[in-house]
Ligand binder design. Sequence first.
Ligand SMILES: [Zn+2]
Length: 137
Amino acid sequence: MREKKWIDCPVCGTKKSMRVKQQLQERFHPQGYPPLDIDALEGQFCDACGEGFWSLASEKRIARLLGQHCATHDATRIVAAELASVQDAAKAMRVTVQGIHKMMDEGRLRYVVAGDTRLPIRRDVVEKVSARMAAGR
Ligand SMILES: [Zn+2]
């Protein structure tokens, strides 16, 4: 995916109002979790209305850090029976073990951190498998 260079603001329509901004800090509020501050972000934002877009790299970083943040928090309230091993998740979703790690890195599969291993949340695996079955794949 290529980075799109914005010039005119697509939100408020102001001409030539989009600026690249770096070293931004933002507080994120994932639903059901404590807020998380992420710094060193960059993106393009409108001088007029303040709306904008994170860069692709920052978007990836946000997804990864939010995934970790939720995983750390879930470790305190999710019991072992609700977790799957990476191997079981890979088998159920018919992807490789690396594929499961990638999904966790990208914040696309929920997991908890237990010691130094990551364990996918069983319910999220099951939901993704049934969504795929419903889509006929
Ligand atoms: Zn604007």
